[in-house]
Design a protein around this ligand. Structure first.
Ligand SMILES: C[S@@+](CC[C@H](N)C(=O)[O-])C[C@H]1O[C@@H](n2cnc3c(N)ncnc32)[C@H](O)[C@@H]1O
Length: 501
């Protein structure tokens, strides 16, 4: 079988498993069980004031929290091997495509329409395609170890590198385990070129770990009939659908041709899923965000409820949100903090998103518990540093007997000179800096237990500056932790002691 050869390939010949790689402990940054959320509180039947510790929605598989992991996925997947080897049912990845550009995300500011465009991640490879292949090869080898024996992997790419990575996939997963190259064709964006045909599809390489793999003929994966067929469909008195047609020996017939009403079983060319538009509910302001309906087809086809679905380049969290709505367990990771922040808010706000089966309706369920972890490399390499070390905020503790609420009253960014003028001009009040803020009313100091949160989403920009009341049952001394995440992704946590008599 022909193999692909690239510059540093030799180094991999010796180390094809995780055994030569470093594994790190995970550190829990946040645990999110059943937070009281300021938004749409009247809609949320499950969440009531002061019930932060009860009514935790339990996942069907006991003791499981979904995982959102901040870190380079090379460290993440190596560190997951110990617990998750052969356990993950689907891995979907949508890595950078080696486009040679920087990708952006929209930083929305305050309650108005103000925004700034910031760099999301770089897709520029100094070592060229060789470096890119190195990067992906190393990770795909370990991902294979994480996949269950009946598991599937979907690698989302485009014309830049899909042809190289197909050879790499053949080598790692075996040519015999190739199932499809799915062409996701979308209406072309307005390209000016008249020098070649407009490029308007992505390729999704679908491989399985073995020949015994899960693949469901689920009504949810079907493609809709074309408008022409839909128009021609008629219903008979038994409720069955048919059209008149067929032919014999070149002659047109007018027989009833019966069809199932769920559409057609998907081909490998998907033309029925539009690209994300900014006026949709699912839009997160993340330039490479993929449609939830794309992930719905993949997840329904290749997994069952409670199976584990992973996306190690999770970006705005599309895979995680769809897995959540389809009752799958999920693991997501991204090395960009703002991607983790967007995914976190997207899962928290899932109640208000589209229902994944009945798209016209809202989902209207709270998320299952999840944790935010980071790969704790600090043990080996010293703490991460950010540019903004000394951010502070000010709060007021509003105490009424055993009921306590917190008001956020100010936010200080000391090194303002590091911030672009354009952005500074758009900030009208201290709260315009804030993207979300969170309270742990009974902090144990080991990790942050999110008990109340207020956050802005692209569709709802309002931020509550006073929290709901938390009721302390027993008199004691407590520690309250407050965490603020600003629009640049800076995260600041402050602790306060409080006496309840
Ligand atoms: C194309 S985007 C994914 C978009 C995602 N499918 C969505 O629907 O929003 C690629 C993501 O991979 C992340 N990424 C790139 N290199 C990474 C690495 N080594 N480890 C973890 N994440 C990485 C980027 O930060 C970016 O968020």
């Amino acid at each position: 079988m022909p193999n692909l050869y690239w510059k540093n390939k030799d180094k991999f010949e010796k180390s094809k498993t995780h055994e030569t790689q470093m594994s790190y402990p995970f550190q829990v940054l946040e645990s999110i069980k059943n937070p009281t959320i300021n938004k749409f509180i009247s809609d949320i039947e499950l969440i009531q004031e002061n019930t932060a510790s009860n009514q935790i929605p339990q996942f069907k598989v006991n003791e499981w929290d979904n995982l959102l992991i901040w870190g380079d996925n090379s460290d993440v997947i190596n560190s997951l091997i110990k617990e998750f080897s052969n356990k993950i049912k689907i891995i979907y990845i949508d890595p950078p495509f080696a486009t040679g550009s920087n990708f952006k995300f929209k930083t929305l500011i305050g309650e108005n329409d103000a925004f700034e465009i910031n760099k999301a991640y770089s897709d520029i490879w100094k070592g060229g395609i060789d470096e890119y292949i190195d990067f992906l090869y190393e990770r795909l080898v370990i991902m294979k170890e994480l996949l269950a024996e009946d598991g599937s992997i979907y690698v989302h790419l485009d014309w830049h590198v899909s042809h190289y990575i197909k050879l790499v996939m053949d080598e790692i997963f075996g040519k015999e385990n190739f199932r499809n190259e799915v062409i996701w064709a979308y209406p072309a964006a307005s390209m000016r070129t008249r020098r070649f045909f407009i490029r308007s599809f992505d390729s999704i390489l679908f491989y399985t770990k073995s020949s015994e793999y899960t693949f469901n003929d689920d009504p949810g994966i079907y493609m809709e009939y074309s408008d022409r067929v839909k128009f021609a469909l008629k219903e008979d008195d038994k409720g069955m659908f048919y059209y008149r047609g067929g032919s014999h020996n070149g002659k047109k017939l007018s027989q009833k041709v019966y069809v199932t009403n769920k559409g057609i079983f998907p081909r490998d060319v998907w033309t029925d899923i539009p690209y994300i538009r900014s006026n949709t509910l699912e839009y997160q302001g993340f330039s490479t965000q993929k449609p939830e309906r794309l992930l719905r087809r993949i997840i329904l086809a290749s997994s069952n409820e409670t199976d584990i679905v992973a996306d190690f380049f999770c970006g705005s969290g599309t895979t995680l949100a769809v897995a959540e709505k389809l009752g799958r367990r999920w693991i997501g990771s991204d090395m960009a903090k703002h991607a983790i922040n967007i995914s976190r808010k997207r899962i928290l706000d899932i109640y208000n998103s589209n229902d994944i089966i009945n798209w016209e309706k809202k989902y209207k369920k709270n998320p299952n518990p999840f944790q935010i972890l980071s790969v704790n490399k600090s043990i080996q390499k010293g703490k991460r540093k950010t540019q903004f070390q000394d951010i502070k905020f000010e709060i007021k503790i509003l105490k009424d007997n055993k009921n306590v609420s917190i008001e956020l009253i100010d936010y200080f960014v000391p090194n303002l000179d590091l911030i672009e003028k354009k952005l500074k001009r758009k900030i009208q009040s201290f709260s315009d800096w804030i993207d979300s803020w969170t309270i742990d009313f009974i902090s144990q100091n080991s990790y942050f237990n999110v008990m109340w949160i207020s956050y802005r989403t692209p569709k709802n920009r309002k931020l509550d500056l006073t929290s709901n009341k938390y009721y302390y049952e027993k008199p004691d001394k407590y520690l309250i932790s407050v965490k603020v995440i600003d629009i640049l992704g800076n995260e600041t946590t402050q602790n306060y002691e409080i006496m309840i008599d």
